[in-house]
Design a binder for this molecule. Structure first.
Ligand code: GLU
Ligand code: MG
Length: 450
């Protein structure tokens, strides 16, 4: 601790940002002067439990306090907040790991893998919008970003170069390996990719990315948005996960999703191993319940619409299917890994990954078989053809996804009783709030109609 304190002090740090993640996947925390690093890493920084959404903690007694306990290995100096270093924290209550802390939930899921000698690696790909508000309307920040087909637009990309370059440098300074930055399929929409890592580290990196992007966009007069679908007539923002399962570490690490020939030789280009296929089968079998975690908002289901009319315009999966390098399916299988295309940008990365692990492990434990791979463009099929192929649809609204989660004991078990019931309660209320609204669309359509 003394070494870390000295190292941070010599990097100009005077304050620690003790950061944890709430049930919604939102970064929370407080400032702790560097002199109190030891306290943060031993007992933690204390918060009023019921003030943090989704804890379900009482207002009085020993369990009313949420302790955010930091990990020395996560300390990074934040380039966009001079003098500050972020420390990732877990929730503790009454001296025990707090079962409803999303990061603790993911660690519990990783322990289940570790009991078999396994660990999961994920590469999380955030898509996001850069927005502004004008006369009460939300718009892309860049007025000139208006191509009919804006994917990979090299005119709009340089207009956001100042933001993207600052973001890239900030993430690199925090130890992330930034791989690519591009303009996505909607006006004002971008994607930043960074290297894959162990499941918990990847989720920590995504939270760091969100914190950096919020701060840097704001400093340039823009709003960074991870809302899944801000514009009705434009594609939404996914948060795809590239997933592989490993045994061993360092030079001994081997990817369990890589198939092997009968003579034991690895076949890295030959799709997924039998274990990988069972994992994928579990992810597909639990897709409806996973939807609640991976697409957790009312707005998420404007991205996942299954329809003859809209097919293919958004690249978002609506069908529970897998296929080799098939981006129109929910699971796109690749050599030695798969891309889980369900999650959207509003997903809590800890809870989504925990659910993914539970689903995959269930597939392995029950030796589930994958349905036949779909190698066609699913967006080109009618709904009738989709049904004819026996492909189920994803839930089409938040309440359907919550019903599926409530019924799925494998996914609720990994969340733990407290988090599952808090999640369902908060999200049911969110759905009710939404249902009680009368939208502009309804007024336009019905006000003078009858
Ligand atoms: N924006 C799409 C989605 O919502 C994904 C586009 C892509 O594949 O890059 O999932
Ligand atoms: Mg993309």
């Amino acid at each position: 601790m003394k070494d870390l304190r000295e190292k941070l002090a010599s990097a100009g740090v005077h304050t620690l940002l003790a950061q944890f993640t709430d049930i919604h996947g939102v970064a929370k925390g407080k400032y702790v002067p560097l002199a109190h690093l030891d306290d943060l890493l031993t007992d933690g920084a204390v918060f009023s439990g019921p003030s943090i959404e989704g804890t379900g903690l009482p207002r009085t007694g020993a369990r009313s306090e949420y302790w955010a306990r930091g990990y020395a290995s996560t300390a990074v100096v934040l380039p966009w907040l001079p003098g500050h270093a972020r420390i990732v924290c877990d929730g503790w209550v009454a001296g025990e790991p707090f079962e409803a802390c999303p990061r603790q939930v993911l660690k519990r899921a990783c322990t289940k893998l570790a009991q078999r000698g396994w660990h999961l690696r994920t590469g999380i790909e955030p898509e996001f919008f850069l927005l502004k508000q004008e006369a009460g309307r939300w718009l892309p920040a860049d007025d000139l970003d208006r191509l009919d087909k804006p994917s990979y637009d090299l005119k709009s990309l340089p207009r956001q170069r100042a933001f993207l370059r600052e973001l890239e440098l900030a993430l690199q300074a925090c130890g992330l390996d930034v791989l690519q930055l591009d303009h996505e399929d909607a006006h004002g929409q971008f994607e930043v990719n960074f290297g894959f890592d162990e499941a918990v580290a990847s989720a920590d990196h995504l939270m760091l990315f969100k914190m950096a992007a919020h701060a840097l966009a704001e400093s340039q007069g823009m709003v960074f948005s991870m809302m899944p679908k801000p514009f009705a007539n434009q594609p939404g923002s996914g948060l795809h996960f590239h997933v592989s399962l490993w045994k061993g570490t360092g030079d001994d690490a081997s990817n369990l999703f890589v198939p092997h020939a009968p003579d034991g030789a690895a076949l890295p280009q030959a799709g997924l191993s039998p274990l990988g296929r069972q994992f994928v089968a579990g992810v597909l079998a639990h897709a409806p319940a996973l939807c609640a975690l991976a697409a957790p908002t009312v707005n998420s289901y404007k991205r996942l619409v299954a329809s003859d009319v809209l097919s293919g315009t958004s690249w978002a999966p609506a069908y529970i299917a897998h296929g080799s390098n098939n981006r129109t399916a929910l699971v796109r299988t690749l050599p030695g890994r798969f891309e889980w295309r369900l999650p959207d940008a509003s997903a809590n990365p800890y809870l989504a990954t925990a659910g993914l692990i539970a689903a995959g492990l269930d597939g392995i434990e029950r030796a589930l078989e994958c349905p036949p791979p779909q190698d066609v463009d699913l967006f080109a099929l009618t709904l009738g053809e989709i049904r004819g192929r026996g492909i189920p649809l994803l839930p089409q609204s938040l309440d359907q996804a919550l019903d599926a989660l409530e019924r799925d004991s494998v996914i609720t078990a990994i969340l733990g009783h407290e988090l599952a019931s808090q999640f369902l309660q908060l999200k049911r209320r969110e759905w009710l709030d939404y249902r009680l609204q009368v939208s502009d669309w309804e007024l336009r359509r019905y006000a003078a109609m009858f």
